[in-house]
Design a protein around this ligand. Structure first.
Ligand code: 0XW
Ligand code: MG
Length: 367
């Protein structure tokens, strides 16, 4: 039950079908970091963290590995029975860097689940469903092409679409939202994601230009303060994503009424243990949210889906996983897959996914 060895791996996840484009950045290949935590009773747990490039949020792949190098040596010999104790040990070695610590939190829950013979969703309070909705993220693109893809994805079963906007002419953004709405209407719910790319005046204009289209406006502007100034001036509800840098930011956004909902990222908040707190704070105020991560393969996808299964479906906006934009799986026997816009919750003990032996090559570091 004590940590005997930690292996760190990296894997490149090239984006399928060209660049993934957002307001302030486009990415072509993502650098994911995995931790394999081996205990003295011979069980192996996995964790993953994969920033979507170095610009999306103040996280980057090399930063994750540097933080892991700082933390990992101190975890050898530690018990894996308590994710909270592990968090304390990590905080004693490094301040902040939640997105790197998240990988160990996920691996610890994977270990406990396997040892107890229960899925991670049970450790997170218990699943309310065995299948969760996902959503399709439409990258910044031309109005017609975006509307065409939107219609296809709704036909494929996605109950929700996220339209990326920003970083270009406002008219094009407005035209894209209108075209998607004409193509799908009420067959899907819509989020319009500015990814911090709009000024307050542009956000106000876009809101007016799309007044009769029901959507939630996700992270239109950069800072929490800018988004707060939109409160009461928009027709559309505001969701925060990138601004929820930690649990304190979530608490601030909820208590001051800045956000009507959230796009949560498991690693940004520090892992599944911290995400439970965010989930429960939202539940107190009946706030809807997603369970996503910025990017990553089957390990992070499984983590998102286990947490997603524990959220009240009436307030759940979907689990985004990168599957539509990456090739292949780490675990071809029990992969995490989107089918008809939904994802089956893994039922096997722990995360329910195990990267195949040798799939990441040799470790880049071992402790
Ligand atoms: C759609 N996502 C979950 C994937 C990319 O990391 C961006 C992100 C978002 O909502 O901003
Ligand atoms: Mg977002």
């Amino acid at each position: 039950m004590r940590i005997n060895r930690i292996n760190v791996y990296t894997v490149q996840l090239p984006t399928k079908g060209g660049a993934y484009k957002m307001a302030s950045t486009e990415v072509h290949s993502l650098d994911s970091t995995l931790v394999e935590v081996v205990t003295d009773d011979g069980i192996t747990g996995w964790g993953e963290t994969c920033p979507v490039g170095p610009v999306y949020q103040p996280h980057h792949a090399l930063g994750a590995r540097a933080a892991i190098a700082e933390i990992a040596p101190g975890l050898i010999g530690e018990s894996t029975q308590s994710p909270r104790l592990l968090a304390k040990r990590m905080d004693e070695r490094l301040n902040g860097h939640n997105y790197a610590k998240a990988a160990f939190d996920i691996a610890c829950l994977d270990l406990i689940g396997q040892r107890l013979g229960v899925p991670v969703s049970t450790l997170l309070g218990g699943a309310l469903t065995d299948r969760v909705p996902s959503y399709y993220s439409l990258i910044v693109g031309s109005p017609d092409e975006t509307a065409r893809i939107a219609a296809d994805k709704v036909k494929a079963g996605y109950p929700r679409l996220q339209i990326k906007i920003g970083g270009r002419n406002l008219e094009k953004d407005a035209a894209t939202v209108h075209k998607v709405w004409e193509a799908v209407g009420l067959k899907a719910s819509i989020a319009v994601d500015g990814n911090r790319g709009l000024s307050v005046p542009s956000a106000l204009h876009l809101d007016r230009l799309c007044q009769n289209i029901p959507f939630v406006f996700e992270q239109p502007c950069n800072s929490m303060e800018e988004n707060a100034t939109l409160r009461g001036r928009l027709t559309h509800p505001i969701y925060l994503d990138e601004s929820t840098e930690d649990l304190n930011a979530v608490l601030r956004a909820i208590s001051s009424g800045i956000a009507d909902g959230f796009g949560f990222k498991v690693t940004r908040l520090g892992g599944l243990t911290k995400m439970m707190t965010a989930r429960d704070m939202c539940s107190i105020r009946s706030l809807p949210h997603t369970c996503d991560d910025a990017w990553g393969g089957d390990v992070i996808a499984a983590a998102c889906v286990h947490l997603a299964a524990t959220v009240d479906p009436r307030r759940f906006d979907g689990a985004w996983i990168a599957q539509e934009y990456i090739e292949g799986h780490y675990d071809n026997t029990n992969p995490v897959v989107i089918e008809n816009g939904h994802i089956a919750v893994p039922q096997r003990p722990g995360l329910g996914v195990k990267p195949e032996a040798g799939v990441f090559g040799v470790p880049v570091a071992s402790y």
